[in-house]
Design a protein around this ligand. Structure first.
Ligand code: N01
Length: 656
């Protein structure tokens, strides 16, 4: 069962011994915050309960954040917890109100043994739902709808993946009319489409889920595709938005009509008929990684065996086959070990190596006691989420920022980044074992975090298998029988898998989006997509792009977090438009230009902007167009408040 935040279950099942058993799997610093919150008593934050600092043991994705208490003190805390939570369970103790900002800050400082930035604490107040961020727009929106100002409002959302479902939840809760057009026959977007072996997430799930619809039941810390798809599928019902989705309807064109300051959206329906929908607001929720990129290699179409892209997986048996895999990005790393287990021989065609991080806990199931605590102990899920965000979010930000004094700029960003490079090279050596002839080929010539650090699932061990070959020679062409390399060698293949990524620089294509004066978005952007706060594009009024340009994250964290920031921004825009009876808002070109100048200037000094990095984040001019140049905290602050002075306000007959 998924739990909407704010609905803490007060029915704590079981008895003291169930509780005692569950506590064996919970994190003690988090438990102390629970006790302080349940009782309202700061004695649980006293120095004698202070945890040891968080430390990251080598090879573990999960830092040691246990607090390293003595057995005696742990027992004392657990017994106190059994008493306090037991009293709550038995109705003998009322639960205190959630902490306010100042106390929450003290709590987080205490439980991390660090000084947490004040801005992070404000952000975490919302992520935990101790503060309901929707309050910022809800009251005004209700007033506007009650005054009849939203009667003619209609939004079209393009896509029913995680962005589309997220904003639909908010529009629904506000009672606004909307339609979702989805090209697939199901919701879930990327988690519907990608089904390759071992496909899963590389962000801890307790953070990779909507803040307003947590799931205490994730079976693993990094769940696999089926469980993720099930979560998003459940969201469509839990948010009560399934009826608003038109499945198998692919948008072809969206045109802004200046006379009415509204949009006409054309799409093909399930029967292939062309249909139109009028909308005041168009919300693009199409994602950045939904159009597979086929490699531009001569002869690709001549290959005579089965061939497919990683995002269009086919379940053909690979047993006894010679299998080629082109690409060494996240998809390839995830799918290779299972592919190699089946194939007679696997050939991995690598153009550039990626950094791969050790992760002994990658397949770790969530412990039974923790599952119980997340579902039944009041406040536990909130503090758990906050700590996950602290631990897996901006902690790695300093490692990605260039230090102007750092001498070794060709390969690293700063001293910490260099240290990580050394550690990861050690990890490559360890993984390759006797196949150390691959070491040089497996070592990237760009800084760590230049591309998203791939969470390891046995990559180097798989490359080290006798029946796996890493091919680094450039591909000359593809033939009906396999792949020809420029050194003249020919590698015979039965099956070819293209793990070659997505068309990410042409955001929103192949849709044709026509704005003011009929300007085509594809022409305005080319491969340099840019938007104000990743969301609004000058000349395209009332178009809001979720997961738009420069919003992707590399250094850690969940894309759902970024999307929620943008949803919050968009809901404020809609609220202010309705409240002020504006037909449309159009971000001012000079505001957008200044914002994006800053985006580019910041990006150049970050690991993924480094000159040695070639990636899907960069356009043909070498500019970073996909990634956010901000830490998670900064992106939250950037998108937190709408200022309509940044926009031209469009009303019938008086635009400007
Ligand atoms: O795609 P990619 P992906 N000849 O673009 C190579 C997310 N994701 O599907 O590096 C030869 O990263 C290309 O080579 P190079 C995640 O955000 C997340 O793997 O350009 N090779 C590269 O090696 C990720 O970043 C998860 O030199 C060619 C590979 O193909 C994003 O999706 C899992 C080539 C493409 O790598 C995309 O990942 C999966 C050519 N002509 C995906 N063209 C998790 O959460 C391309 N390549 C775990």
């Amino acid at each position: 069962m998924y739990m909407a935040a704010g609905e803490r279950l007060m029915n704590i099942p079981g008895n003291d011994s169930d509780l005692r058993e569950a506590l064996l799997d919970v994190n003690t610093p988090t438990l102390l915050l629970v006790l302080a919150s349940l009782t309202g008593d700061d004695k649980w934050l006293a120095p004698r309960f202070a945890p040891a600092p968080i430390e990251a043991p080598e090879g573990s994705l999960f830092p040691d954040d246990t607090g390293r208490y003595s057995d005696e003190l742990t027992k004392e805390i657990h017994e106190a917890a059994v008493t306090i939570i037991g009293e709550v369970r038995d109705g003998q103790q009322m639960i205190s109100a959630p902490p306010r900002l100042e106390r929450f800050h003290r709590m987080l400082n205490f439980s991390t043994a660090e000084t947490v930035d004040a801005g992070q604490v404000a952000m975490l107040m919302e992520e935990t739902r101790f503060v309901d961020r929707d309050e910022q727009w809800r009251v005004d929106l209700m007033a506007a709808t009650n005054a009849g100002k939203a009667q003619d409002f209609h939004a079209v959302i393009i896509g029913a993946g995680m962005s589309g479902l997220g904003i639909a939840a908010k529009l629904k809760s506000a009672g606004l009319r909307f339609t979702i057009l989805e090209k697939n026959s199901q919701v879930g977007g990327t988690w519907y489409e990608n089904r390759y072996p071992d496909c899963g997430v590389d962000t801890p799930n307790h953070f990779y889920s909507y803040s307003f619809h947590r799931n205490p039941g994730w079976s693993g810390y990094f769940s696999k595709r089926d469980e993720l798809f099930a979560y998003f599928d459940d969201c469509a019902d839990a948010f009560d938005v399934r009826e608003q989705i038109l499945f198998e309807c692919e948008v072809e064109q969206a045109t802004f009509d200046e006379a009415s300051n509204s949009w006409q959206v054309s799409y093909r329906d399930t029967r292939g008929a062309r249909c139109n929908l009028a909308a005041n607001v168009v919300i693009s929720a199409v994602g950045q990684l939904n159009r597979p990129a086929l490699p531009d290699i001569q002869g690709l179409e001549t290959f005579s065996g089965p061939m497919w892209h990683s995002a269009r997986w086919q379940d053909d048996s690979l047993e006894g086959k010679k299998v080629g895999v082109i690409g060494t990005g996240c998809s390839s790393v995830q799918l290779l070990p299972k592919t190699a287990e089946q194939a007679q021989h696997s050939y991995v065609f690598q153009r550039t190596p990626h950094w791969v991080a050790p992760a002994r806990d990658y397949y770790r199931p969530v412990e039974q006691g923790l599952l119980w605590a997340l579902e039944h102990i009041p406040y536990y899920a909130e503090f758990h989420r906050a700590r996950m965000i602290l631990i897996f979010g901006d902690r790695s930000w300093p490692v990605v920022v260039g230090d102007p004094e750092w001498p070794d700029k060709a390969l690293s960003m700063n001293e910490a980044n260099h240290g990580m490079r050394e550690a990861l090279i050690g990890f490559i050596k360890e993984g390759l074992g006797d196949k150390n002839q691959y070491l040089e080929d497996c070592t990237p010539a760009f800084p760590v975090w230049g591309k998203r650090l791939i969470v390891d699932n046995g990559w180097y061990e798989t490359l080290a298998r006798e029946d796996v070959s890493l091919v680094t020679e450039t591909i000359e062409c593809i033939t009906p029988e396999g792949i020809k390399l420029i050194d003249g060698r020919h590698i015979d293949l039965d099956v070819l898998i293209l793990a070659t990524g997505f068309q990410s620089n042409r955001l929103l294509t192949p849709m044709e989006v026509l704005g003011v004066e009929g300007r085509r978005l594809a022409d305005v952007w080319g491969d340099s997509a840019n938007a104000y706060k990743g969301t609004s594009v000058p000349g395209f009024p009332n178009l809001f792009c979720l997961y738009g340009p420069n919003t992707n994250i590399v250094h850690g964290g969940s894309i759902i977090y970024q999307i929620e920031c943008q949803i919050h921004y968009t809901m404020q825009c809609i609220t202010q438009m309705l409240d002020q009876s504006l037909q449309a808002i159009d971000v001012r070109a000079e505001i957008n230009t200044a914002y994006n100048k800053r985006v580019q200037s910041l990006s150049r000094n970050l690991a993924w902007g480094h000159a040695n990095v070639t990636s899907w984040y960069k356009n043909s001019a070498g500019e970073v167009v996909n990634n956010s140049p901000f830490s998670l905290q900064e992106f939250w602050a950037t998108t937190h408040d709408v200022d309509l002075n940044d926009y031209r306000l469009l009303r019938q007959g008086s635009n400007g």
